[in-house]
Design a protein around this ligand. Structure first.
Ligand SMILES: [Zn+2]
Ligand SMILES: [Zn+2]
Length: 343
């Protein structure tokens, strides 16, 4: 099969013939329809973040496709079924998994990190961890649900516990941030979007933001948010992963506010402990999404309450994957996807 293979950081992915993955007893083999290009991929390629399986490795962890083979002991799927593959496979037995937090499984396996991913024509996945996709959701666009929609769903709803009527400031309106906007709006929040791109702010308005702030025009963003909200936002979501914006998000909060750290950063952030104490600020981490929430997200998309079709702004054949990664690097579009069946 054709695959885009990661060999070493600071080099383009190599287009190669790779062996088709073996469909284990409990697995389904999936012909990949689309796989999202994600900043996680750039962490390995550009920033030297190590993958858990040493290269060569097929990256790609946000995929949808069609079942082409079903393992002897795999249940609930048949050949021809449309399927969503989650980014991670939890162990289901560790303390995190057993306490209902499989998204922070102590032995989680991530596609395109611990095991080969979906920048390839085929990928094998445990049937028990995959999700059926209804006919109403177009297969290519459905790939976006896997990470870019479910991650903010879990973060905004489960972790930040956003309530109707609360003000939520979202810093960074890329693929993940924009979906934080639409999830928060769906939950009834009053959403303030912050981004340096006028285009992304326009999208944020389309996805339900009622205010948009461009830091290039507004020198003191936290102050602007405190003014707009009469004292500060109830929740601030940082969806970029930069210490500077993390601190801005923190400073935008009212007393009792919650800071949700959704963007990944390996750096430390400065946090005023006194203010955290005196204002009872909650600092909350979030990672991925619990498997139990995937069916609800898929149903919200099927019912049109969450949108995925307008999110896919770039489509790249497998041979164009490095151009797709460039588009991601330059912040072009909302979500760029690779179509591995196209040469
Ligand atoms: Zn991702
Ligand atoms: Zn586990």
């Amino acid at each position: 099969m054709r695959a885009a293979v990661f060999h070493a950081p600071h080099a383009p992915l190599a287009l190669e013939e790779a062996p088709e993955p073996r469909c284990g007893e409990r697995d389904i083999l999936i012909q990949v329809a689309a796989c999202g290009l994600c900043h996680s991929d750039l962490h390995y390629i550009d920033h030297g973040v190590k993958t858990f399986k040493a290269p060569p490795l097929i990256l790609g962890h946000e995929a949808s496709g069609v079942v082409v083979e079903v393992g002897a002991a795999a249940r609930d799927f048949k050949v021809g079924d449309r399927v969503l593959i989650p980014p991670i496979i939890p162990c289901n037995t560790c303390r995190s998994c057993r306490s209902g937090r499989a998204n922070v499984c102590e032995r989680l396996q991530m596609f395109g990190n611990d095991v080969d991913g979906a920048f390839a024509q085929y990928v094998a996945a445990p049937a028990a961890e995959c999700f059926h996709l209804p006919e109403e959701i177009p297969l290519v666009e459905a790939s976006v649900i896997s990470d870019a929609v479910t991650t903010p769903f879990h973060g905004v709803r489960n972790r930040a516990r956003v309530q109707a009527g609360e003000t939520v400031a979202i810093f960074g309106c890329g693929g993940v941030g924009l979906n934080a906007v639409q999830v928060a709006a769906l939950l009834g929040a009053i959403v303030i979007a912050v981004d340096i791109s006028p285009e992304k702010l326009e999208w944020a308005r389309r996805f339900g933001a009622v205010e948009a702030i461009n830091p290039r025009d507004v020198p003191d963003v936290p102050r602007a948010i405190r003014r707009l909200t009469g004292g500060g936002a109830d929740v601030a979501v940082e969806a970029i992963g930069r210490p500077q914006t993390q601190e801005q998000a923190f400073s935008s909060l009212r007393g009792g506010g919650r800071l949700l750290l959704m963007g990944f950063s390996a750096e430390s952030m400065a946090l005023n402990a006194g203010r955290t104490t005196y204002r009872e600020i909650e600092v909350i981490g979030t990672l991925g999404c619990r498997p139990v929430d995937f069916p609800a997200v898929i149903e919200l998309v099927r019912r049109g309450k969450l949108q995925v079709v307008p999110l896919v702004t770039g489509r790249f054949a497998l041979s164009e994957i490095n151009a797709g990664l460039d588009a991601l690097r330059s912040g072009q579009g909302i979500r760029n996807v690779v179509l591995p069946q196209e040469r």
